[in-house]
Design a protein around this ligand. Structure first.
Ligand SMILES: Cc1cc2nc3c(=O)[nH]c(=O)nc-3n(C[C@H](O)[C@H](O)[C@H](O)COP(=O)(O)OP(=O)(O)OC[C@H]3O[C@@H](n4cnc5c(N)ncnc54)[C@H](O)[C@@H]3O)c2cc1C
Length: 124
């Protein structure tokens, strides 16, 4: 028999970027959840800290990550609505790489579902 989320007790280990996002989603869905973190709430010791974060569609290299990246934009916008703060600024990016090289051929950025406007410039 499958238990619903509200009946489950979940322990989330390490409340960094991934753990705190997982904990927030679980809590929002009514799951009994406990998080374990070595530092106090809102500490500044994780790899997520700093004044800015880069959120990139253009260098996604695995199809499986594509829907996650796209959803993250919606979640940032929703968080902006919740907090009234501007959290995400879309500014575009410049990727300089040889055509046919791994940087470009591995990227899924050219897929239509990534909704990216791409332009390539020939080598002069
Ligand atoms: C300098 C730097 C810049 C980066 N810039 C970007 C960027 O701009 N954009 C981007 O998308 N990605 C960036 N990354 C990568 C991104 O930060 C990581 O991929 C992401 O933070 C990983 O999330 P995480 O939850 O796995 O780890 P973290 O966010 O590091 O969280 C790990 C948590 O686990 C806790 N922890 C560790 N050990 C224990 C323990 N034994 N007991 C209890 N708690 C523990 C830590 O205190 C921490 O809170 C950057 C990484 C670095 C190092």
């Amino acid at each position: 028999m499958e238990a619903s989320l509200s009946q489950m007790k979940v322990a989330v280990l390490r409340l960094g970027a991934m753990g705190s996002a997982a904990a927030a989603v679980l809590a929002r869905r009514g799951c009994k959840m406990i998080g374990f973190e070595q530092y106090l709430h809102a500490h500044n010791q994780g790899s997520i800290h700093g004044d800015t974060r880069a959120n990139r569609k253009a260098n996604v290299r695995d199809e499986q990550y594509a829907p996650l990246v796209l959803e993250s934009y919606e979640l940032w916008r929703r968080r902006e609505q919740d907090t009234g703060a501007e959290l995400l600024r879309e500014i575009g990016g410049l990727v300089v790489a040889p055509s046919g090289g791994l940087t470009l051929t591995r990227s899924v950025a050219t897929r239509p579902n990534m909704k990216l406007c791409m332009r390539s410039f020939p080598q002069s």
